[in-house]
Design a protein around this ligand. Structure first.
Ligand SMILES: O=C(O)CCC(=O)C(=O)O
Ligand SMILES: [Fe+2]
Length: 276
């Protein structure tokens, strides 16, 4: 895959790009093997967001038992070199996988959030390669607030309240509560500068992990979605602890903090495999 100057610039400035044809059929089949393996071997953190509601959807991430399977795919597909070129980073680490399944064409919006509310790292070199195995029109796509990876760090969402998607993750923090992007847009379509793409089969969405992203509902016209996300870190990543104290999340995200690191120092963690 040829990385253009435009791709680098757009990713750095906007926080998201669509990469057309990153996964032609044989490469996409390899990604699908990773997805299917993950579904067949769920990890300790798998679960259903908004269980029992029309927004219920399956997700799983960072299953340590599946790491070698995903790493083999990442290596086969040369994804580390591709990501390194997008950033101009010498080294690349694999942060792990995320799986999302939405079914039934009846909603299941992912609440707006930044992955950095759940992870003690900031900096320009962190991204998600987001691949769905279906054709995803823009209306069903993951959306990104343009440039938000360079803006405010918001609190996370609990993923628990259908009534209030900004229901906070951290209960004691000075991180501001998430904005209600959907309510703001309903009142004024221009309230937020939002990026989205029509994605064909084999296209990938690449987003900075700290961008404010969400949406990607299923609808009658696009009723099911199976998505595999691979996340990477590069040289320019810095330790920034997440808040401590009570949270509304199902497990202790604060455990990811590492007291042996000083805030602002380059984030290097041997738990994440270095690919180059
Ligand atoms: O696909 C989705 O619904 C959410 C994706 C997401 O939040 C991510 O890739 O970090
Ligand atoms: Fe996310």
């Amino acid at each position: 895959m040829h990385v253009t100057e435009q791709m680098k610039r757009d990713l750095a400035d906007d926080g998201a790009i669509a990469v057309r044809g990153l996964f032609p059929p044989d490469r996409l089949a390899r990604m699908r093997e990773g997805f299917d393996y993950g579904i067949a071997h769920p990890g300790p953190l798998h679960g259903h967001a908004f269980k029992g509601t029309p927004d219920e959807h399956f997700n799983d991430y960072g299953n340590p038992a599946n790491r070698e399977t995903h790493l083999a795919i990442v290596r086969d597909l040369g994804l580390a070199d591709f990501v390194a070129e997008l950033w101009g980073s010498q080294h690349i680490w694999f942060l792990g996988e995320e799986l999302f399944v939405k079914k039934g064409g009846r909603g299941a919006r992912s609440p707006w959030h930044q992955d950095t509310s759940y992870f003690p790292v900031v900096g320009p070199h962190m991204l998600n390669i987001w691949v769905s195995f279906e054709k995803i029109p823009r209306a069903n796509g993951l959306e990104i607030v343009r440039g938000s990876h360079r803006g405010v760090q918001y609190n996370g969402t609990s993923y628990k309240s259908l009534k209030d998607p900004t229901d906070p993750l951290w209960l004691q923090t000075d991180w501001p509560r998430l904005p209600d992007v959907e309510a703001d847009r309903a009142a004024d379509p221009k309230a937020w500068d939002i990026i989205g793409f029509d994605l064909d089969i084999g296209d990938a969405l690449i987003l900075h992990s700290g961008s404010l992203h969400g949406g990607a509902p299923v609808t009658p016209g696009c009723p099911d979605r199976h998505t595999l996300v691979y996340r990477f870190l590069g040289d320019e990543t810095f330790y920034r602890p997440v808040p401590t104290g009570p949270s509304s999340f199902g497990y202790d995200v604060g455990e990811l903090n590492d007291p042996s690191m000083k805030p602002g120092e380059p984030y290097r963690n041997k738990d994440y495999v270095q690919l180059r």
